[in-house]
Structure formats: structure tokens, C-alpha cells
Design a protein around this ligand. Structure first.
Ligand SMILES: Cc1ncc(COP(=O)(O)O)c(C=O)c1O
Length: 357
């Protein structure tokens, strides 16, 4: 006897990247920040008073909401704090899409979108990105013609790492009739010279919902903290569908310490950007095709005469994990490689050279 709803029975679960916790493994497969969180996070943890856990936490993480609003030049009612970005994605679907309505994406993209849409009973409509990983020219018309209620756009794009310019985001938000969920999980790694700032678009577009996370930029993937930025007209309904106490007291304190130490975070982002350049150049020299990434990972097409799966397995044997998307359209000749510390990256590059020779 199957008790689950028909759509749950029919759907496949999300497959996370392998999580192996061993000092002998170089983990370049799930786009974590290779540097530890700010020392201020350690201090905040040490300062946590266990006696306070007797009480429920502030329901909207007010102190953190305020710090986030300040960082982005917004107000508290523009911010919702969530238990990871994945929770915000799930809540956004539950809030803005009826079951049976359609959510649009440009493929390939973050594979969780499909899973969350299916769990809610929504259909996923997908449009193929062009060879430069750009959305179709007339994307807004395609979205509107398809009747999509929401569009999920990840920027920088995952898994290619490429960035859609801010003007293009503004055009899309303007022309699309539904909610544009702009997933900026990797935005902290964008070069500052690009001057990308989507928060300033919120004054013009009431259908824009921006996702940010502490998982990547602030080295806190284990904490499960993220937030959404939008006009109050989108934030208020989201507040209705969140769990009453969706983030815990300790996580609120640690995330606050992290966001208040921008100087430390900036240093890790800069180191990742520098290494991204080095890894990209070295892979290209070794015959891989690598688009310019603005993220903390690169997507490398393996040289013509080689198999991405074989290289993935050979690296794994040497204790180096990268991400291989088996049977994914356009990705099965590619490896997605997280930018690690200079030492980890060098071990990866040396291992690739040894495998190739
Ligand atoms: C594109 C994208 N969006 C959102 C997330 C969610 O991140 P988290 O739930 O850790 O905040 C991830 C995590 O890998 C991601 O790759």
C-alpha cells in the first residue's frame, strides 16, 4: 500500500553531491567555501548561552534581518531569513504557485528546482540555454506565452558559473508576468568590477525575489541559513508559509556574526577569485574548455578524446572529489570543479596531468 500523494510516488528524490568527511579527501564537488568561517563566528558560538535555548528563538530573526537590510540598503520588511536557500525555494513555490501551475527554468540548471516543483505538483517548463549559457533572446515572451507562474533564474549560473548582466535581469523582471526568483547562491564571488547589485532593482520591480545564502560566501553550509530580499508585497505572504520558528537561536547568532564581519568574508572571496583565474587558465592550457566563471566553481569540458566519467572516477581514486552529472543533458562530457585552496587546486591540477599522461 502506497500512502504518498501520486506526484510524490512518481517523482525522483534530489541527489546531493557526495558528502565524505575525511582529512584525506580533497572535496571539490559541492561548491563549499574552502576557508573556515570568520573567527567572529567562533566567538559568537562560545558566547551562546545554552540556558536561553529554553525559550523559542525570535520568529523572524529580527537582529539578523536588520543587519541584512543594512548591508543591502533596504528595510527589515524587505527581508525574510530562512533555514537555508533550499527552504526559501520550497516556501516560494508553496506561496506563489498553485499545484498544477508551471514553473519555468532555463536548462541546464540547479537540479533541485525540478524536485521541489514536482513535490508541490507543479509542472516544470524548461527552455534551453544557448551555447554560451545565455537565456533565449526573447525569454520573457517565451515565459509569458508558456503561462509560467514563476521563473527560477540562477545567477551566476549553475553549473557553468557564467553571469547574466544586471540589465538583462532588469529587462526580464520588467517583461515577465510572474514572480522572478533570482537565485544568487554564488553572487559573493562575482568580481567587484562588474558592479552587479540586484537589490537596487527592488525599488522598480515588485515581482523580483532574490535568494542569498550564508552557505557559500560565508563558509556556513553546515549551519543552514539564507535569506530572501523582495518588496514587502512578496515578503508578507512568504512570512505566512514559513515555519513559525524556522531558524534557531544559535544559527541566528552565528549568521549575524558572519555578516557583520564583511572584511573577513571579502578576503575569502578575493582568494577564491584569484584561484579561479589560475585554475581556469591551467585547465585551458591542459585542453579543457572552460567558460569564464564568476562563481566559486568552473565547468570544464574534457578534451575530445577523453571521458569525463573516467576522469571523475580516476580523480576519486586519488582522493579528489569533483562533480560529474551522469546522464544530464549537455553535461556528461563535463566536470564541475569547486575552487579550493591553492594547495588543493594544485593537487587537482597535478592529478589531472598524471591521469592524462
Ligand atoms: C544554485 C543553488 N541555489 C541554492 C542553493 C541552496 O543553498 P543552501 O540551501 O545551502 O542555502 C544551492 C546549494 O548548493 C545552489 O547551488
Amino acid at each position: 500500500m502506497a500512502y504518498e500523494r501520486k506526484n510524490i510516488e512518481a517523482m525522483a528524490a534530489y541527489i546531493p553531491g557526495e558528502q565524505i568527511d575525511s582529512p584525506d579527501i580533497i572535496k571539490l564537488n559541492t561548491n563549499e567555501n574552502p576557508y573556515p568561517p570568520s573567527p567572529m563566528v567562533n566567538k559568537a558560538l562560545a558566547d551562546c548561552d545554552v540556558a536561553r535555548l529554553r525559550q523559542y528563538p525570535p520568529p523572524t530573526a529580527q537582529n539578523l534581518q536588520e543587519a541584512i537590510a543594512k548591508k543591502h540598503g533596504l528595510n527589515r520588511d524587505n527581508v525574510i531569513v530562512t533555514n537555508g536557500g533550499d527552504e526559501l525555494l520550497r516556501m516560494a513555490i508553496a506561496t506563489f504557485a498553485e499545484a498544477s501551475e508551471s514553473i519555468a527554468v532555463a536548462r541546464p540548471t540547479y537540479t533541485l528546482y525540478k524536485v521541489l516543483a514536482a513535490a508541490h505538483g507543479c509542472t516544470l517548463t524548461s527552455f534551453e540555454l544557448n551555447e554560451n549559457w545565455e537565456q533565449p533572446e526573447n525569454y520573457a515572451s517565451l515565459l509569458n506565452d508558456s503561462g509560467a507562474k514563476m521563473c527560477f533564474l540562477v545567477n551566476p549560473h549553475a553549473p557553468s558559473g557564467t553571469l547574466t548582466p544586471i540589465d538583462r535581469i532588469a529587462e526580464l523582471a520588467d517583461a515577465f508576468n510572474g514572480v522572478l526568483l533570482l537565485d544568487e547562491a554564488y553572487i559573493d564571488f562575482v568580481d567587484p568590477d562588474v558592479a552587479y547589485d540586484s537589490a537596487q532593482l527592488l525599488k522598480d520591480f515588485d515581482n523580483l525575489l532574490i535568494l542569498r545564502t550564508f552557505s557559500k560566501g560565508y563558509s556556513l553550509a553546515g549551519l543552514r541559513m539564507a535569506y530572501g530580499l523582495a518588496n514587502p508585497s512578496l515578503i508578507s505572504p512568504l512570512m505566512k508559509t514559513k515555519d513559525s520558528y524556522n531558524t534557531d537561536l544559535i544559527s541566528q547568532a552565528l549568521a549575524l556574526a558572519a555578516i557583520e564581519d564583511q572584511q573577513y568574508a571579502l578576503k575569502t572571496w578575493n582568494k577564491v577569485r584569484q584561484e579561479r583565474q589560475h585554475v581556469t587558465a591551467s585547465l585551458r592550457q591542459a585542453g579543457y574548455i572552460v567558460p569564464d566563471s564568476q562563481s566559486n566553481f568552473v565547468l570544464a569540458s574534457v578534451p575530445d578524446n577523453q571521458s569525463a566519467e573516467d576522469i571523475y572516477l580516476a580523480l576519486k581514486k586519488k582522493g579528489i572529489l569533483v562533480r560529474y552529472f551522469k546522464n544530464e543533458d549537455r553535461l556528461d562530457d563535463k566536470l564541475r570543479i569547486t575552487i579550493g585552496t591553492p594547495e588543493d587546486n594544485q593537487r587537482l591540477l597535478d592529478a589531472l596531468a598524471a591521469i592524462q599522461s
